[in-house]
Design a binder for this molecule. Sequence first.
Ligand SMILES: [Cu+2]
Length: 232
Amino acid sequence: MTCSRLIAVAAALIIPAAAMAETIEGEVEFTGKAPTPGKLHREADPFCAKKPMTDPSVLVKNGKFENVWVHVTKGAKETAKPPASTVEMDQKDCMYDPRMTTAVVGQKIVAKNGDPVLHNVHTYLGSATLFNKGMPNDKAAPIEYVAKDEGMMKWKCDVHPWMRGFIGVSKSGLQAVTKGDGTFKIDNVPPGKYTVESWHEKYGTKTQEVTVEAGKPAKASFKYDGTEKGGA
Ligand SMILES: [Cu+2]
C-alpha cells in the first residue's frame, strides 16, 4: 500500500458516519397545463366566509411544482432518531397551516386552533382514523399525537369540507417537501441504493431508483403532466 493510500484509508476510518452522508436533491416539474385554482366555497361558515380563498392543492409556478412530498421508500437501513422538535399543525382562517410538512416516526405532532370557531380535526392514515377530535375555538387545548406509522397522515375537518392538511411520516427521516421553486433536498443519506417516491395530494406517486455514492450529491427529478390519478 502506498503512503497516500494509507493516509486515505486512515482518514476514512476517522471520519464520523454523519460526515459520509450525502444528499438527494432535485426538483419536481409540472409539464402539463396547470389548473387555475378555483375559489373555495366557504360561505357556510360566516367566520370563514370573511376571507375569500382559492384552492391551494395544485401550486405550480413556471412549471415547478410545490408541496410534493419526496421520500425514500426502500433502501434505508437506519431508523431516524425522532427530532426533539414538535411538528405543529395550526388551523388559521379555516385552513390547515402548513398545507404539507413532514414528521419522523416517534416525533410529537401538535394540532392547534387559531380560529374563534369550531374545527373538528379528523386525521387518517389511508382510510383508518388516527384521531378525531373537536376543537371548539382558539382556547381549545392543543391535541398532542405521536407519529406511529409511516405514510401520509391526512388532515380533514369534519366541519369545513375544504380544509386539508398533510404530514408525510417517515421512519428513516429521508424525506423533504418541494419548495415554491419545485426543488427539494433530502439530507443525511448514507451511500446506497434507494427507491425514492414523490407524492402529490391530487396526482399521486412517481418512483425513481437512486444510487448515492460517497462524496457526491445524488440527483432525482420527477415530472407530472396533470393526467395522473391518485393522491389523497
Ligand atoms: Cu374547520
